[in-house]
Design a protein around this ligand. Structure first.
Ligand code: HEC
Length: 298
């Protein structure tokens, strides 16, 4: 339901890159690079990142900040009017739970798709490079399929079956179960201000900086300056409040889909927990273990 870096590398080795996964349009650092070389696909092969190219400024919007490209190591941010950012694909299961709300959709890292229907049309025209939009009957078939895919972790090798009442299951009573429950309480106390339904849908978070990614500077009319490797929601809204804000991702199946964060900068959940220290969310070593055990059961 998502794509791990291990899988991507296996596909490259098995096929020499001759599959749509490595298409020049989004599966390479930039379409203008020599596509047969591994280095041209390094962001995908090393970090699981796909290129997303968006118009700047957004159509029909006058942004309230100025955006400059500070560095573009992938060589794809030299064309005025177009911004390339690099992102992990989001899990494609449990999509019916991501219903659009008053503050925009929960679909896509920058919330740009107002519905699954719009998302499908956009993906077919842009990523798949189709010459025309899909027919209504094709769209219906896509949506019928997408809305039936459900995923949830069934068991944890130390925690037992996770779907039983009062899970993690009865077989797991003892130290591991207690640790998961302590981790759940820690998450509720320290992490849920953002990760809870009803919380604002997009936030800037302290992600590790990846030297291979481009870097942007947003300067607001107020003089506020922000640097980011992905302006996120701001690329859609043009609002000074949004540079760096990424729509909160769904949490199921975390154990199966490293690396984490939209820029793939946390190779493990341990690294992700460390990253949160930067915004002052500190844990003792024992608490980190508990939190990790909890995240691994989702
Ligand atoms: C300030 C708001 C905020 C707080 C507090 C916060 N998060 Fe996040 N979290 C986010 C946002 C926004 C993202 C998406 C960022 C991205 O993908 O670049 C995210 C992403 C994640 C992901 C990655 C999911 C994925 O699919 O890659 C995990 C796991 C996570 N957070 C766990 C935590 C934990 C554990 C805590 C507490 C220690 C926490 N978060 C606290 C806003 C927050």
């Amino acid at each position: 339901m998502s794509l791990s870096v291990d899988n991507i590398r296996r596909r490259w080795t098995d096929t020499g890159g001759q599959v749509p996964l490595f298409a020049a349009i989004d599966g390479s650092n930039c379409p203008s690079l020599p596509q047969a070389q591994r280095a041209s696909h390094s962001l995908l092969l090393d970090h699981g990142l796909f290129r997303v190219s968006l118009p700047w400024p957004p159509k029909n919007i006058t942004p309230d900040f100025r955006l400059e490209v500070l560095s573009g190591p992938a060589g794809c941010n030299a064309t005025p009017g177009q911004i390339s950012v690099y992102r992990r694909p989001r899990p494609s299961a449990n999509l019916t739970r991501l219903t659009p709300g008053p503050h925009g959709a929960l679909l896509m890292a920058d919330g740009r798709a107002p519905s699954l229907r719009d998302q499908a049309i956009d993906a077919i025209l842009v990523h798949q490079q189709a010459v025309s939009a899909p027919s209504e009957s094709d769209l219906k078939r896509i949506l019928d399929f997408e809305t039936t895919i459900l995923a949830s972790q069934y068991s944890d090798y130390r925690g037992g079956i996770t779907t039983q009442f009062d899970s993690p299951g009865p077989g797991s009573s003892g130290p591991h179960r207690d640790s998961v429950l302590r981790g759940k309480a820690l998450f509720a106390a320290r992490c849920s201000s953002c990760h809870l339904s009803g919380a604002p849908r997009a936030h800037a978070t302290p992600k590790p900086h990846l030297p291979a990614l481009p870097s942007f500077r947003a300067t607001c009319a107020s003089g506020k300056v922000l640097t980011t490797q992905d302006p996120g929601l701001a690329l859609i809204t043009g609002k000074c409040a949004d540079p760096g804000a990424i729509v909160i991702p769904p949490f199921f199946g975390l154990a199966a889909r490293p690396p984490y964060f939209s820029n793939g900068s946390a190779p493990t959940l341990e690294a992700l927990i460390e990253a949160y220290q930067q915004i002052g969310i500190h844990f003792s070593p024992a608490e980190k273990q508990d939190l990790l055990h909890f995240l691994l059961t989702l």
